[in-house]
Design a protein around this ligand. Structure first.
Ligand SMILES: Cc1cc2nc3c(=O)[nH]c(=O)nc-3n(C[C@H](O)[C@H](O)[C@H](O)COP(=O)(O)OP(=O)(O)OC[C@H]3O[C@@H](n4cnc5c(N)ncnc54)[C@H](O)[C@@H]3O)c2cc1C
Length: 368
């Protein structure tokens, strides 16, 4: 038997709630503290595009939250565009509020203690550190747990802005559009995510290193002729600014404290998507905590295991993002032109994987 007798999870986002549900289901006493009174309070700040393969692998019950199904993308640079359409659905667009409400209900049902409206400060976090408690920081990009326990900082953040538009005419409702323009959204891209034929989300991310302002960048983005043709002079029905960490922290376990999800920086740097990797790492954390409780294994197993499973992919996403962030628009044009010439669109249609570059390469080069 290990020396721990309970787990305290800080943060009731998707990663914290999933871990709470599974720990409670493994008969481990778990208390989750969430700063907001309602777990869905922050949900609309983010988009809900999740790969079909990731959702299936993680067994996420998405049925009640499904808004749309995507099977393709058009990628734009200033002068080029490339369309990639797959024969099978590639991604779900999910309602983040409904998704997190479901995750909350599941954690409650499994028997997790959930304390809402309790934002722990540094003194309260330190008081949890009694030698018997495993402390999990699932408290998002500005993790207080990471600060309180002296973890190395996350090196880069993307500043985001997104808005929803109603009553538009968007016939290709299974196609997402991505706009690479380093004069506006350096560090990421602009996106158009369809919810349906007449409801879309527009958004973008910009590296905070550029000292950019995401709202100002967004105002320029909606003037893009391809976007303007769709939204015209309509006003958004909702708008949110937020932040995405990119690049995992150098260390994610210290003694009895571990970090998961955005708190650990477990996001795909190329897209800012954090749910599939964050939840996958929450499952790895579950295994390590169960092993610490039942077999006395060190919690540092978590660090080794998640890096072994997902470290290479997260690294490749980070390198790719860092590469295209440093291109000027002419070079992006040239790159897209070349990719089309080389048939990269049909390569992606056949072998594309939204999450795992490693899997995509294997599919392309290793024949069974
Ligand atoms: C604009 C945007 C679009 C995105 N689109 C996608 C997408 O399409 N697909 C995708 O997979 N991902 C997307 N993401 C990323 C995804 O939303 C995050 O990776 C995910 O929400 C991280 O979940 P989490 O549980 O780790 O952290 P969070 O969701 O940030 O949850 C952390 C929780 O901790 C709480 N908290 C913080 N400090 C304390 C404290 N001291 N005490 C108690 N509680 C505390 C907060 O209130 C919060 O509820 C997007 C993000 C943004 C900003």
């Amino acid at each position: 038997m290990g020396s721990y007798d309970n787990v305290a999870i800080i943060g009731g986002g998707m990663a914290g709630l999933r871990l709470a549900e599974k720990l409670a289901g493994s008969d481990i006493y778990v208390t989750l503290y969430e700063g907001k009174r309602d777990v869905s309070y922050l949900a609309d700040r983010a988009s809900g595009v999740l790969s079909v393969s990731g959702v299936n692998r993680l067994g996420i019950d998405y049925s009640g939250a499904l808004k749309n199904v995507l099977d393709g993308a058009v990628i734009y640079s200033s002068r080029q565009q490339m369309k990639v359409v797959s024969e099978k659905p590639q991604a779900y667009v999910l309602d983040r509020k409904l998704l997190i409400k479901e995750a909350y209900a599941n954690a409650k049902r499994a028997g997790a203690n959930i304390v809402l409206g309790k934002r722990l400060d540094e003194a309260e976090l330190n008081s949890l550190d009694d030698g018997k408690t495993v402390i999990v920081g699932a408290d998002g990009p500005a993790s207080s747990v990471a600060k309180a326990f002296g973890f190395t900082p996350i090196k880069e953040f993307l500043l985001t802005y997104k808005a929803v538009y109603e009553n538009v005419n968007y016939p290709e409702s299974s196609i997402v559009r991505l706009f690479f323009d380093n004069a506006i959204s350096k560090g990421l891209f602009g996106w158009l995510i369809p919810y349906s034929n007449d409801r879309i989300e527009l958004g973008l991310g910009v590296s905070e290193k550029t000292k950019g302002n995401s709202k100002q960048a967004f105002e320029k983005f909606v003037k893009n002729s391809n976007i303007h043709a769709i939204v015209d002079s309509r006003k958004a029905s909702s708008e949110y600014a937020s932040v995405i960490p990119i690049g995992a922290r150098r260390v994610t376990v210290k003694g009895n404290v571990l970090l998961v999800g955005d708190a650990a920086g477990q996001t795909k740097a190329t897209t800012g998507g954090g749910l599939i990797f964050g939840l996958s790492c929450a499952d790895v954390a579950l295994q390590s905590i169960v092993n610490a409780f039942k077999n006395g294994r060190p919690l540092s197993d978590y660090e080794r295991s998640w890096r072994k499973l997902y470290g290479l992919d997260l690294n490749m996403h980070r390198r790719l993002q860092s590469y295209y962030s440093n291109l000027d628009n002419r070079s992006i044009d040239r790159a897209l032109y070349l990719l089309k010439k080389l048939g990269f669109d049909s390569f992606l249609s056949k072998h594309g994987d939204m999450d795992s570059i490693k899997t995509m390469m294997k599919r392309a080069f290793i024949r069974k």
